[in-house]
Design a protein around this ligand. Structure first.
Ligand code: ATP
Length: 237
């Protein structure tokens, strides 16, 4: 079925030492769609993402990737199936240059593909030999996404890309993710603290609070009813 979800999360319950940090989360992501996972600090957002890539074990529910259960597959096996996590620390090596990161990330040496991907991030194009540690926060985030794109992902799971970035930079980066998703047919799940900006880019939003999904709606509906979102966000749960 053309419209089948790339990633399907059904009743996901996951946590640490057998204690759930997130319970009963469900969401679907199809090609070209962006789903924003919103919620206050400690709500269980990162745990949800980690569980989606098998880095935190499921205590209940199911994650299906291209229709097949995640089961015991490890993150590197998932990456081979096209599901990639971009962690909030961006996973970069400060002493390696942009080009070196791209080379490391490419599974086979393919300079044309590296160039193609870099061309989508004009801000990085002229900085190929600059070390990641010397890049601005926004440039580092672009490199983290560029690196992920090299693997031609079907699903990108992006944890708080705006962490530590000025709001003005986030205003550019989030729409860029939306454009990438739509242009390449990539499904994106992103965790964001910038509620409004995230909902402007997303197709759907899910608000988690106190380890539970308390609201799941079309992004446009959530944008139109900020009271509903705030109640979900700040409510006692
Ligand atoms: P933030 O926005 O602050 O990053 P979050 O919504 O991503 O928060 P999580 O990081 O998923 O929330 O944390 C959810 C709960 O799980 C918190 O109570 C946190 O203390 C707990 N937790 C997170 N990581 C671990 C861990 N490795 N071991 C035990 N408990 C953890």
């Amino acid at each position: 079925m053309a419209d089948a979800p790339l990633l399907s999360v059904d009743g996901l319950t996951a946590g640490y030492n057998g204690v759930p940090a997130i319970r009963d989360l469900s969401l679907d992501v199809r090609a070209g769609e962006v789903v924003a996972l919103l919620g206050p600090n400690g709500a269980g957002k990162t745990t949800s993402l980690l569980a989606m890539v098998g880095l935190v074990p499921l205590l209940g529910g199911e994650v299906r990737v291209l229709g097949a259960p995640l089961g015991r597959r490890r993150p590197h096996q998932l990456a081979r199936n096209g599901v990639l996590l971009v962690p909030d620390d961006r996973g970069l090596f400060p002493s390696l240059s942009i080009r070196e990161h791209m080379r490391l990330a490419a599974r086979t040496r393919d300079t044309r593909r590296e160039q193609e991907v870099l061309e989508r991030f004009p801000a990085l194009l002229d900085l190929g030999s600059r070390r990641a540690g010397l890049l601005s926060g926004g440039e580092q985030q672009m490199l983290a996404i560029a690196k992920a794109l090299l693997a031609r992902p079907k699903v990108l799971i992006v944890d708080e890309m705006s962490l530590g970035l000025a709001p003005k930079i986030v205003q550019d980066l989030l729409p860029m993710i939306g454009r990438l998703a739509r242009a390449d047919g990539i499904g994106v799940v992103l965790v964001e603290q910038h509620i409004e900006l995230a909902l402007q880019v997303a197709d759907r939003g899910v608000v988690v609070n106190h380890g539970r999904a308390v609201l799941a709606e079309d992004a446009a509906a959530l944008l139109a009813d900020r009271d509903l979102v705030e109640e979900a966000y700040f409510g006692a749960g």
